[in-house]
Design a protein around this ligand. Structure first.
Ligand code: GLN
Length: 244
């Protein structure tokens, strides 16, 4: 199929509450990298009170504990639907607070535990240190094999079972500052602590997610055409190994 004949649908979950440090830049990157190739993008914002409908890609950004509390119940009520979507290989990307809610729970300091939707076997507990700074991650499944971004979280995330990290932290703290892992992945569900926003600085990962979503929609592997990514890749390279 030619790219101009392809379509992809993207949902932005709770953009009015979970959009810390410009995480909407991830949505803009996904939309633009499809539109630049002539791929038609259907797009929907999902806000509090909306029923989440079927999409190829679901994105949820980061937020402070208070915003996470407002979103957690909404997400939990739609856990069964979202689990079905995961098992149909829909693509999920969660950033920081959104990532934490994709696990079993997030336990803030001195507050009630927030239920997660268990899309991946992981859990998060509040730590006593706020991790702030640039992060470089080495992966074993992307080309180039690096991911870069900015972290600002006190939550400590621990992966379990079949959940794998996105990669190994070279600079920064990542999931918990202890086990040198950053992010999580299970099936086509991906989470990361990398703000920045994340995908503009990691265009290879944006294309990786778009190809997964197209394969889920059309039932065949679709390799995207190359874009002129010199600015994005130079930005990516300039951040590798940078701590502050
Ligand atoms: N409130 C969570 C924490 O501090 C998530 C913060 C965020 O999304 N940047 O760990």
């Amino acid at each position: 199929m030619e790219e101009k004949d392809l379509k992809i649908s993207i949902a932005h979950l709770y953009p009015k509450l979970l959009n810390l440090y410009g995480d909407i830049g991830n949505i803009i990157t996904l939309k633009k990298r499809c539109e630049w190739r002539g791929i038609t993008v259907e797009f929907e914002d999902i806000n509090i009170g909306d029923k989440i409908s079927e999409h190829d890609i679901y994105f949820i950004g980061g937020g402070q504990d208070k915003q996470q509390e407002e979103v957690a119940d909404e997400l939990y009520r739609q856990k069964d639907f979202l689990t079905e979507e995961r098992d149909k290989n829909s693509v999920f990307l969660g950033i920081c607070g959104g990532y934490q809610l994709m696990g079993h729970y997030y336990q803030p300091h001195d507050k009630e535990r927030l239920n997660g939707i268990s899309l991946m076997d992981a859990y998060t507990v509040a730590g006593n240190t706020r991790f702030i700074g640039n992060v470089t991650v080495k992966t074993d499944f992307t080309n180039p094999n690096t991911l870069v971004g900015f972290e600002n979280h006190s939550g400590l995330t621990f992966l379990q079972g079949e959940t794998k990290p996105l990669g190994r932290v070279e600079i920064g703290n990542g999931n918990n500052g202890k086990d040198k892992t950053e992010g999580g992945q299970y099936k086509n569900v991906f989470g990361t602590y990398l703000h920045g926003s994340f995908l503009p600085k990691n265009p290879h990962f944006a294309d990786y997610l778009i190809e997964l979503a197209l394969e889920k929609r059309y039932g065949e592997k679709i390799v995207l055409s190359k874009l002129n990514d010199k600015l994005e890749q130079d930005t990516h390279l300039s951040l590798i190994g940078k701590s502050y």
